[in-house]
Design a protein around this ligand. Structure first.
Ligand code: SF4
Length: 472
């Protein structure tokens, strides 16, 4: 077992097992991991004033920062372990290498120090102590805050070490057993490299957490009431189920009805229309004389929107090729220029609505308008042109899908991205690669991805409008 297995085990037992024993061909490359590694390297390099070297030789030479070291050791009888400290930082002391020693350090992305950080540090210190022949009292958590490197010291006390030993014993037991169940908290799965593999099994076995709106808490509430799979859920009546969902108070029958219909749609593969109000006929009316589709690519860790993409649709019923796509790159030193271009496009057709998927785009435009000192009235009138298709589709349809993300919905409608295995996270990865290398090929990939996002949004708009037309 190694540090990476321990990290996985804290998130999801099944992931640790799969990392150790799973068929690698079922695993999908995760851009999140790659982004993490790049960020990590930058911060560590800054923290060590670029005195960052690899491997054992670097320790022997006494460099300030050492990465890429793997240390093997024995934890308990017969259990071999390996640590892969993210970073070793030179400090005062005495070790087998001379009048200095090393402390383990980890990288932190968010604000909070989590179990993953603490356990990683404690595990590293346990094998590092005997390896360098020197005690370790503290470990470091390194992060970046407002562009500055931030360091927190963690006391690696006996209690923490004992906890880690217990977890490592459980990890060892896990490796000796069968593949663990899929985690109840499926939110964890969104950034996991085994997601496709687990999703397939969840669907085959009728997992309740496959139903949109059912998280781990609701799933266990349903299970204690004898409903353990989607088939059973789909067979219930609104009244029967609502009576079991008292935790939802006044909303219990409404929730019950949605869960049942969502389960029925998921099993049958057929969509279900939930609204007869004129939400979508309104969409037809608003878009008939032309509209924009708008989609942003952003890096949330940096709070930076790096690409704004517009698709100009004069007439919904003309060929896709007739629509004009305009990407606006927001390089950090030309923010004002990017904002000016965005406003220019939006005001080139003052009456046109702006269709987007999710709330991000509208929020971003309001912020840009504020930044440009627009009046309240101007901001209001601009914001009123935005139509969120994600909200609209959820209000009017129950789809036979696990979730209502742009990818899931548009894939179901038959839309395909030109580039394979793409995602918002991959676009961020390309953006980071572009910043490091300056290679325009990464920009091209991002722009193609964003254009496809706009076309996917268009496909959803078409679905909403055409189904309304068919009904009439
Ligand atoms: S996809 Fe989910 S259940 Fe499967 S290994 Fe990853 S986190 Fe665990």
């Amino acid at each position: 077992m190694n540090s990476l297995h321990l990290k996985s085990f804290i998130r999801c037992k099944r992931k640790a097992w799969l990392d150790f024993k799973g068929k690698k061909s079922y695993e999908v490359w995760s851009p999140h991991k790659a982004i993490d590694k790049i960020n990590q390297f930058h911060i560590f390099s800054e923290f060590c004033n670029s005195e960052l070297y690899t491997g054992l030789k670097a320790c022997e030479n006494g460099y300030k920062g050492v990465i890429g070291l793997k240390i093997k050791g024995n934890l308990f009888q017969n259990i071999n372990a390996e640590i892969r400290p993210q970073l070793l930082v030179k400090t005062k002391g005495k070790s087998k290498w001379g009048q200095y020693k090393y402390l383990p350090a980890v990288y932190k992305l968010g604000h909070k120090i989590t179990k993953e950080h603490l356990f990683d540090l404690a595990f590293s210190s346990m094998l590092l102590e005997s390896f360098q022949e020197s005690k370790i009292e503290i470990g470091l958590v390194i992060s970046s805050f407002n562009g500055k490197v931030n360091v927190e010291e963690i006391y690696l006390n006996k209690k923490l070490r004992k906890k880690v030993l217990n977890v490592l014993l459980r990890l060892n037991e896990c490796f000796e057993g069968f593949l663990p169940e899929i985690t109840q908290d499926r939110k964890k799965c969104t950034i996991c490299s085994w997601q496709k593999f687990c999703d397939k099994e969840a669907k085959e076995n009728g997992y309740l957490t496959d139903i949109d709106g059912i998280g781990s808490k609701t799933a266990s509430l349903l299970k204690t009431n004898g409903i353990s799979d989607t088939q059973t859920l789909a067979s219930y009546s609104e009244k029967q189920l609502g009576d079991k969902l008292s935790t939802f108070n006044d909303q219990k029958y409404e929730k019950a009805s949605i869960f049942i219909k969502q389960a029925q749609a998921y099993i049958s593969g057929e969509p279900y229309r939930i609204s007869n109000k004129n939400d979508t006929s309104d969409l037809l009316e608003k878009t008939c004389s032309g509209f924009f589709i708008f989609d942003i690519e952003s890096n949330p860790d940096d709070k930076h929107d790096f690409l704004y993409g517009f698709l100009k649709i004069n007439n919904l019923f003309t060929k896709k090729e007739a629509h004009i796509y305009k990407p606006i790159l927001n390089l950090k030193n030309n923010e004002g220029e990017a904002y000016r271009k965005i406003i220019e496009i939006l005001f080139s057709k003052k009456q046109w609505p702006v269709l987007h998927y999710g709330e991000t785009e509208k929020i971003a435009i309001i912020n840009i308008a504020k930044n440009l000192n627009f009046s309240f009235e101007e901001i209001d009138s601009l914001a009123s042109r935005f139509i969120d298709l994600h909200t609209l589709i959820r209000k009017s349809w129950i789809l036979p899908l696990k979730n209502y993300s742009l990818k899931t919905v548009s894939n179901w409608l038959g839309f395909e991205w030109m580039q394979k295995n793409v995602s918002g996270a991959k676009a961020i990865y390309w953006w980071i690669q572009y910043q490091i290398t300056g290679n325009e090929i990464f920009l091209k990939k991002i722009i193609q991805y964003n254009k496809d996002d706009c076309l996917a949004t268009l496909q959803i708009a078409e679905y909403l409008i055409k189904n309304q037309l068919n009904k009439n």
